[in-house]
Design a protein around this ligand. Structure first.
Ligand SMILES: CC(C)(COP(=O)(O)OP(=O)(O)OC[C@H]1O[C@@H](n2cnc3c(N)ncnc32)[C@H](O)[C@@H]1OP(=O)(O)O)[C@@H](O)C(=O)NCCC(=O)NCCS
Length: 178
C-alpha cells in the first residue's frame, strides 16, 4: 500500500535520488530550477508517496511570483516537480500526489499553482496554458507547457516575468497557516 504523507518525513538524500531516477541527473539545467533558485520548498504543501518506508513518489511546492512590466509582484506557487519512481509509474501515484498538493494549496489559501508540464497530463486537474500566454520565464520553455490552475473569480496579470519569491526576514512567506 502506498501512503501520501508530508515530505518532511523523508531524508533529503532520498528525495534527490528519486528526482535523479525520474528526471535524470541533468535535471538541474531545467528552467524550472531557475524559478525556485534561492528558495526552499514549502513544507505544508509538499508530499511523499511512501510504500512502507520506501519513497516512491514526491511533489514539492515553492514560493514564486510574477513581476509585471509595471513592477507589481503577484505571488504564485510553483507545483513540482512531481516525480514517481520509474518502476511505480502509471499506478495513480502521480495523480494522488498532485491532488494532495492542490488540496493543501487550497486549504492554506496559498497563491495559485503554476507548473511546467504536459497539458495532456495536468489538464485533468484543471491546469491551462491560456492565462500564461503573455508570461515569460528566466530560461527556455515551451509556452503551451506553462500551466496555471486558475482560482475562480481571480484575474491575474496578462504579462510578466516569473521568478523566485524571496521574502525579507520578518515578513510573511505568502502561505497563510490554518
Ligand atoms: C509524469 C508522472 C509524474 C506521472 O505519474 P504516474 O504515477 O506515472 O501517473 P499516473 O498513474 O498518476 O497517471 C497515469 C496517466 O497519466 C498519463 N501520463 C503519464 N505521464 C504523462 C505525460 N507526461 N503526458 C501525458 N500523459 C501522461 C498516462 O498515460 C495515464 O493516463 P490515463 O489515466 O489516461 O491512462 C510520472 O510518470 C513521472 O514521474 N515521470 C517522470 C518525471 C516527469 O515527467 N514529471 C512530470 C513533470 S513535473
Amino acid at each position: 500500500m502506498t501512503n501520501i504523507l508530508p515530505l518532511t518525513l523523508v531524508a533529503p538524500s532520498a528525495i534527490e535520488r528519486l528526482l535523479d531516477a525520474a528526471f535524470g541527473v541533468d535535471r538541474h539545467a531545467r528552467t524550472a530550477y531557475r524559478l525556485r533558485a534561492g528558495v526552499d520548498w514549502i513544507a505544508d504543501l509538499s508530499f511523499a508517496a511512501l510504500a512502507g518506508d520506501v519513497l516512491v513518489g514526491s511533489v514539492q511546492c515553492w514560493p514564486i511570483a510574477l513581476t509585471t512590466p509595471g513592477g507589481e509582484t503577484v505571488p504564485l506557487t510553483l507545483l513540482g516537480p512531481v516525480a514517481v519512481d520509474p518502476a511505480r509509474q502509471h499506478a495513480g501515484i502521480g495523480q494522488r500526489l498532485t491532488r494532495a498538493a492542490i488540496a493543501a494549496i487550497r486549504a492554506h489559501a496559498a497563491p495559485p499553482p503554476l507548473l511546467i508540464g504536459d497539458p495532456e497530463y495536468y489538464g485533468r486537474f484543471g491546469f491551462v496554458a491560456a492565462p500564461t500566454a503573455g508570461w515569460d520565464l528566466p530560461g527556455p520553455f515551451e509556452p503551451h507547457r506553462l500551466l496555471l490552475l486558475p482560482t475562480p473569480g481571480r484575474v491575474l496579470p496578462t504579462a510578466g516575468m516569473v521568478g523566485p519569491r524571496v521574502t525579507m526576514p520578518g515578513f510573511a512567506s505568502g502561505v497563510r497557516m490554518a
